[in-house]
Write a protein that binds this ligand. Structure first.
Ligand SMILES: [Zn+2]
Length: 156
């Protein structure tokens, strides 16, 4: 079954919102750093173009309640991964564009699908008089006005 046109529209705008947020987060991380800070265990934060996870003590990852923080970034923007195993302290940076890029591609695909579906829906109607041709053979002239097969239909 084909997805309902409404769902396609909602999906494409939801995808657009989601990828915009990711791009904003990525770009914003050049100036601002935000994350979840725990004294001893696992920390997650976004800064300098990356999502970072670090653990000072790998034995007690979930210890400590931690808290959200946001502050001015003090690191230079980076584009690529980094991994720093440092004794018991792990520190892994994953570039945020790695998340933003597939989201943007997915958004482009969602918009393309919606556009194609629109073209198909119009293709089922006569381009001249709007007669519903869905029961008419593709090569036949319009039974209403005699216009030769639909010119707006792709690949024909
Ligand atoms: Zn017609």
């Amino acid at each position: 079954m084909k997805p309902h046109p409404k769902i396609r529209k909602v999906a494409k705008w939801a995808a657009a919102m989601f990828s915009s947020l990711l791009v904003l987060l990525w770009a914003g991380s050049a100036w601002w750093e935000t994350g979840w800070y725990r004294d001893s265990g696992l920390n997650f934060y976004v800064h300098a173009g990356k999502l970072r996870g670090s653990a000072y003590d790998t034995e007690h990852l979930w210890d400590g309640r931690g808290e959200w923080y946001i502050e001015r970034a003090d690191r230079r923007f980076e584009w690529w991964f980094d991994v720093n195993p440092n004794g018991g302290m792990w520190n892994v940076g994953i570039p945020l564009w790695l998340f933003a890029l597939p989201a943007l591609l997915g958004t482009a695909a969602a918009f393309r699908l919606d556009t194609l579906a629109g073209v198909r829906a119009r293709g089922a109607k006569c381009s001249h008089c709007g007669y519903d041709r869905s029961a008419t053979p593709a090569k036949a002239n319009c039974p209403e006005c005699g216009t030769p097969k639909n010119r707006s239909r792709p690949n024909e």
